[in-house]
Design a protein around this ligand. Structure first.
Ligand code: ZN
Length: 442
């Protein structure tokens, strides 16, 4: 195999003019079809006094502040956003809905085929090929994660081990027995698997062949990537996607590991200022907004992702792909925390903590209120057990100082023994608990 393998070389490396012409044609078609087939969009356009003929480019929609939001999807649960006859609905997925009505991803057979295509491109970008044994550790259920890898892995022609979530000892056993060469996981679960292998008395670097991996679903910093690379002795790849837009496979980072390529023949991506809702230029940080260009069952026009990123100015990449890159996601707009008057993202804390070699990848942040002031406690585990209490003290003081230098306030840092914090076997790890939110809800 050449250094740069592509699943679909023609599309992945097509010229910029081809990409842009294709995108603008597909965009106009998508707007027409959304108007014709989706009652939601027909009414929306009518409310704004617009016809699809008025929309020549995204600019007309930007001027009208035309957006689709998570709330729109919730209000139209379950089938209000469906834009094909009910009979054509082939598969559906749902978010966990822990914060209210779940949002759905609805797919026709063609949508599933398209999802397979973009996921396959992303998997090949991450090193998957036909000879691989590919183990899927995210759940194969209503969560879109597992199925994205399944649809993509099938297209690539790899041997798929659809282990699904949980049963970590069995996961490790499968890896050994079936000779798994690549696996996909929610970021924190890749560390959990390594711990379980260690508990089983195994040296996973020697006893498994899993030297390739693709991870996503949780926001993760470059520091977390470095720890994952060391733990599994691999070059980890970052995949992006969410249920409302197919699932994993919307974007992926290449071997250069500098931003993720977004498939511009499937999505038109913009960045907006989440406060003013005005579009931002390349290299400016804001919220990612997606328009689907080929989606049949549930097309989305200017869907606000809440993910914070920026588009790259550069349109070329050393991997040979010509599709635009965006910065890896380091925050969601609703995750901003305010403590003692200081605003920050949880990922800023992660990148400070994980720079320290003596700590493991697990941490928890607890925020509460004592009297009128905010209290923040950061719990982190040392990588090895530290018997000397004074050494533990030194480490926690150092981390508190590092956090103070970055955030300009001083949280309390508690260094725990390895394996002290709760582990998640299925789904995403919740690392932040904000008791102040519970208080205000009572
Ligand atoms: Zn690239």
């Amino acid at each position: 195999m050449s250094k740069d393998a592509y699943f679909n070389p023609k599309s992945e490396t097509s010229s910029r003019s081809e990409i842009e012409e294709n995108q603008s044609r597909l965009f106009r078609l998508a707007v027409h079809q959304a108007f014709e087939n989706s009652l939601f969009y027909k009414q929306y356009f009518k409310r704004l006094g617009m016809k699809p003929e008025d929309v020549h480019s995204i600019k007309e929609l930007q001027k009208k502040k035309f957006f689709t939001t998570k709330e729109d999807l919730r209000k139209n649960y379950p089938f209000g956003m469906l834009a094909i006859p009910r009979l054509g609905l082939a598969e559906m997925h749902a978010t966990s809905g822990t914060t209210g009505t779940p949002t759905l991803g609805l797919h026709s057979a063609k949508d599933l085929d398209d999802w397979g295509e973009i996921a396959a491109r992303s998997l090949v970008m991450s090193g998957l090929s036909k000879g691989d044994v590919f183990q899927i550790t995210p759940s194969l259920g209503m969560f879109s994660g597992g199925f994205g890898f399944y649809h993509g892995g099938r297209k690539v022609g790899a041997t798929i081990v659809p282990a699904s979530a949980g049963f970590s000892k069995r996961q490790i056993q499968f890896m050994v027995d079936f000779g798994t060469t690549m696996f996909c996981a929610i970021v924190s679960y890749a560390f959990r698997l390594a711990e379980v292998a260690e508990d089983m008395g195994m040296d996973l670097k020697k006893q498994t062949k899993a030297r390739k991996g693709i991870f996503g679903s949780e926001i993760w910093t470059r520091e977390m990537k470095k720890k994952l690379a060391n733990t599994w002795d691999m070059d980890p790849y970052d995949i992006y996607g969410f249920t409302e837009l197919y699932g994993p496979g919307v974007g992926n980072d290449c071997r250069i590991h500098d931003g993720l390529h977004i498939w511009e023949d499937y999505f038109l991506v913009e960045v907006i200022d989440p406060k003013t809702l005005e579009p931002l230029g390349p290299e400016e940080e804001g919220e990612l907004v997606f328009t689907t260009l080929r989606k049949e069952a549930m097309p989305l026009i200017r869907y606000r992702s809440r993910d914070i990123s920026s588009l790259f100015d550069s349109l070329s990449c050393d991997c040979g792909r010509t599709h635009r890159r965006y910065k890896e996601i380091t925050a969601r707009s609703d995750d901003m925390i305010k403590v003692s008057g200081v605003n920050f993202w949880p990922s800023q804390i992660e990148s400070v903590l994980l720079k320290e070699d003596q700590v493991g990848p697990e941490y928890r942040i607890k925020i509460s209120k004592t009297g009128s002031s905010d209290l923040m406690i950061v719990e982190i585990e040392s990588k090895e057990k530290i018997l000397d209490r004074s050494k533990k003290e030194v480490l926690s003081k150092k981390l508190a100082k590092d956090l103070h230098d970055r955030l300009l306030f001083s949280p309390e840092v508690i260094v725990l023994d390895p394996n002290s914090l709760p582990r998640v076997e299925v789904g995403k790890t919740t690392r932040i608990s904000d008791e102040r939110k519970n208080l205000s809800m009572q």
